[in-house]
Design a protein around this ligand. Structure first.
Ligand code: MN
Length: 238
């Protein structure tokens, strides 16, 4: 059996491939032609956008909570995550409850990309500044990823921003205007089901009953007033 690429060890360790529909790691493949990129819109515990750039036979990945922005003045936090296998580029589906990254993930954008200059992705990532041109359906033009000194949960934090070119547009909210999958057209994603709901403690009925308890009959302290129709009907009887 072929040895698995070391840069996919973290990817493999975090997942149970008998449970998740995500693809298992395969040996890194050097492909001919321009490298691919994709962005997954991932409705996990916190919605985010996973930018993945094909690099070193795998997908270098960054989780961007607010997603990319065409306004060159806007810097978006991008947390570097583990490399994913190339096959992950075609994954769209729901990661099961209890699994790492549980929730829906759709292919929000995809296409080809090229580093500036071409073929230098691996070195640029090591240096902490990747400049690249995206040729996607939604994302186009030149972008920068720059590593900061910070970390979040032990992962390196970067910033993503649009370079100044003819595609830059401060009025275009690409994340808001284009919510759909470029593969299935799916627009609505569903996050993970909270544990309380899975265990039946937080079902809609349960919550409703807590907020608005059922009415229970109470013993009246006084008999109804004589003008009550029902009461009158009984007063004359034996
Ligand atoms: Mn993710």
């Amino acid at each position: 059996m072929a040895k698995r690429p070391s840069n996919l060890r973290t990817y493999e360790k975090k997942r149970d491939f008998t449970v998740t529909p995500e693809p298992p790691p395969r040996p890194a493949k050097k492909r001919a032609g321009p490298p691919t990129f994709m962005v997954h819109k991932h409705d996990a515990t916190r919605l985010h956008y996973d930018l993945r750039l094909e690099m070193d036979g795998a997908l270098a990945s960054w989780a961007i909570p607010k997603g990319p922005c065409y306004d060159t003045k806007v810097r978006r936090l991008a947390v570097q995550t583990e490399d994913h296998p190339l096959e992950y580029g075609g994954f769209e589906g729901r990661i099961p409850e209890g699994e790492y990254g549980a929730g829906d993930s759709i292919i929000w954008d995809r296409g080809l990309y090229q580093t500036v200059p071409p073929g230098t992705g691996s070195e640029m990532r090591k240096k902490g500044h990747v400049e690249f041109v995206l040729m996607g359906e939604k994302l186009k033009g030149r972008w920068h990823l720059v590593r900061t000194r910070g970390t979040q949960g032990g992962k390196a934090t970067w910033i993503l921003f649009k370079a100044k070119d003819e595609f830059a547009d401060e009025t275009y909210d690409v994340v808001g205007e284009r919510p759909e999958s470029v593969v299935s057209g799916k627009r609505i994603t569903r996050g993970p089901t909270p544990a309380a709901v899975r265990q039946g403690r937080g079902t809609p009925l349960h919550v409703l009953l807590r907020v608005w308890p059922p009415m229970e009959p109470k013993r009246a302290s006084k008999p109804p007033a004589a003008k009550s129709h029902l009461f009158e009907a009984h007063t004359g009887g034996p």
